[in-house]
Design a binder for this molecule. Structure first.
Ligand SMILES: Cc1ncc(COP(=O)(O)O)c(C=O)c1O
Length: 394
């Protein structure tokens, strides 16, 4: 264990089971550790490094902005925030934006907005229906929204106003809907829960139900959005539009920023009802504007779609060779590979030894969420390492 890893144990709270790698530098899809070892990064800052590490357009924008204006009070207009909001609105189905600093904060804001909507238009309805297996963040409210017992149990009692129902089952949502329901909140594809893809008509049926009941549909696109699934937003692939959408992760290509966007009719906050000191400051917005502009101008979502399919096909080839691989699933560059036993941890370690960083999604599954700018050559390299590592499993 390096000196840094010992110091981490001494000074940092014990919230993460880390792998024994201390990263000091990154460029594109590659990172280097303190001993100068190079890795191909298919964890991608947990799906946050959309344009890879230190992308020149983002470092340039941040460098210029950091020398110009970093933070102001929200009492004042700032140009990077307005430009970013305009770009998001022009490229989505939503009309108003609120900026914050993380995914959990974006989801909290979205739920607060839905509750205000409920107070104004739905006789005080406040309850949000979310899905079992979902992940919406680590704040107390979002732990209650997150339908995973392991995240909830340590913190009971949880805030009221959330109900978790089976994912990919519209009847479960219908059964849970009551006069107190103000919104349904879903990830289009569950990321942390296992890269779980819904049936093609699930979101359409949920949308129809929300319309029928006059309640809001919140889509958490924190992991799926900003190109990762092969379109700018995942909802485009399901032929529906949310009333509220949350973003974070890839939006700033690694610079912390979150956002929630709403349709005009759902945008019911009035001054003083919501806020965030750092949210949407000029520095974060300059990074996100540079990221989003690059993604749009260079069809990075299209790249994620094509390269993602190439990767999924390659993983499918490995599945053909190895019976212990039970499933390969995903879209774009959000991909999982599942096994018939709990081999994920040892595979992660073996991949690290061969210079590839991958995520242990579950004891029996790996997840891949590389930067969206990778090409087939990087996929070939990752597949080569995976092939070697998988062939050591008996
Ligand atoms: C779908 C989804 N929502 C919310 C979050 C929480 O985001 P953050 O960690 O930025 O608070 C995550 C993080 O993994 C996520 O995947």
């Amino acid at each position: 264990m390096s000196n840094w890893q010992e110091l981490e144990r001494k000074y940092i709270m014990n919230t993460v089971k880390r792998v024994p790698v201390t990263l000091v530098r990154g460029e594109g899809a590659r990172v280097w550790d303190e001993d100068g070892r190079e890795y191909l990064d298919f964890v991608g800052g947990w799906a946050a490094n959309s344009l890879g590490h230190c992308p020149p357009v983002v470092t340039k924008a941040v460098t210029e902005q950091v020398q110009t204006l970093i933070q102001t009070s929200h009492q004042f207009y700032t140009i990077p925030q307005i430009r970013l909001a305009e770009l998001l609105v022009h490229n989505s189905c939503l009309q108003k934006v609120f900026f914050c600093n993380s995914g959990a904060e974006a989801n909290e804001g979205a739920v607060k907005l839905a509750r205000r909507y409920g107070q104004r238009y739905l006789n005080g309805a406040y309850e949000v229906i979310s899905a079992i297996g979902s992940f919406h963040g680590r704040t107390l409210g979002m732990v209650a929204a997150t339908g995973q017992v392991k995240h909830q149990l340590p913190y009971i009692p949880l805030p009221v106003g959330f109900i978790n129902v089976e994912y990919n089952n519209v009847e479960a949502i219908k059964a849970a809907t009551a006069a107190r329901t103000c919104a349904v909140m879903l990830e289009p594809v569950q990321g942390e829960g296992g890269v779980n893809l819904p049936d093609d008509n699930y979101l359409t049926m949920v949308r129809e139900w929300c319309d029928q009941k006059g309640i809001l549909l919140i889509l958490d696109e924190i992991q799926t959005g900003v190109g990762r699934m092969g379109t700018l937003f995942a909802y485009e692939q399901y032929g529906i539009e949310p009333d509220i959408m949350t973003l974070a992760k890839g939006l700033g290509s690694g610079v912390a920023i979150g956002a929630f966007l709403a349709k005009d009719r759902a945008s019911v906050f009035v001054p003083g009802e919501h806020g965030s000191t750092f949210g949407g400051n000029p520095l974060a917005c300059a990074a996100a504007y540079a990221t989003l502009k690059f993604i749009l101008d260079n069809d990075i979502a299209g790249n994620a779609r094509k390269v993602g399919q190439y990767f999924i096909d390659g993983l499918g080839g490995l599945k053909q060779k190895h019976q212990f691989i039970t499933d390969v699933r995903g879209r774009g560059l959000l991909v999982a590979m599942e096994f018939n036993s709990d081999v994920a941890e040892s595979l992660v370690t073996a991949c690290i030894e061969k210079g590839l960083l991958v995520n242990r999604l579950k004891p029996n599954a790996l997840r891949f969420m590389p930067p969206l700018i990778i090409g087939n050559d990087e996929v070939d390299k990752a597949l080569g390492i995976l092939e070697k590592v998988l062939s050591t499993i008996v």
